[in-house]
Design a protein around this ligand. Sequence first.
Ligand code: UDP
Length: 331
Amino acid sequence: MRDILICGGAGYIGSHMAQWAAAHGYTVTVLDNLSTGHAGAVRWGELIQADLLDTSALERAFKGRRFDAVMHFCARSLVGESVSRPYEYYTNNVTGTLNLLETMRRHEVSKLVFSSTAAVFGNPIHDVIDENHPKAPINPYGASKLMAERVLADAAHAHGLRSVALRYFNAAGALPEHGIGEAHACETHLIPNVLRSALTDGPALKIFGDDYPTSDGTCVRDYVHVQDLAQAHALALDFMGEHEGAHAFNLGNGQGFSVHEVIAAAASVVGKAIPFEIAPQRAGDPPKLVASSSKAREQLGWRPQWTALTPILESAWRWHRAPPSWFPNQN
Ligand code: UDP
């Protein structure tokens, strides 16, 4: 299984996947509509600019090529935005996935690694979330990903599709030495926002809520380095070689950090205090999301290398301090 199509390979996690795959001997093709990704981040294979909602363009992308497997990172992925613009989320994340699956079926590509999310679980009822935790998404983003997971289960029965859904907790970090990292024109994520406020004299960082039922009142998340996520995808390819059906794994470090803890750790990485102000809670944010990744460790053989928060923050800091020329103007 050496020839892979990475849908969304110009984006944050997809570009790290492409780097990992090329470094491990895979032939990489990237398909991306460049709506949020960057041509400059596609450095390890051909770029096909196409949208999953454009079925003719998808057909052209598959015609004359022979992919052994597809990795599907294309998605709208902002929780808050999904609450205010649900139709866009269901269209992109569900219809886009259906279009991709139908094209794969026609071209007899029968293996898919799917980017899923901790947001499929909704408000946790256990301290640490394993795969058996009830799935009750509280925002359209999580609901759209859960729908796509359900489609994968049905596709296994109907068409023999083999799939692995990987539910990321909070992707973080960068590989500045390879020229890739997080680069969103509209940045909503905590770590890049913290680092940007250390770099600029712009408005202070906003902490969205300090009245959650957590130890310091701010939300707790499980930060996992994108390179470790890429490693898990490669292991999922091997897993599908041996296992039929639709499978799902949670990917995180198993350790939760509050927003205050992230800010404090970032302040010691950047060597200065990071000013912040308290703002209202953001719609759709659960108080705490921490993964159990035992299943991924046991069944995929996943061994995350970036297990501490500080090196993850350092890699992101090196990236944000010296971004490439294609890094977007942020608002
Ligand atoms: N957050 C924050 N200020 C920001 C961005 C995020 O307080 O500028 C909080 C957010 O409310 C959540 C946590 O940081 O509790 C992680 O948010 P992020 O958007 O990075 O990831 P998410 O968990 O939503 O996928």
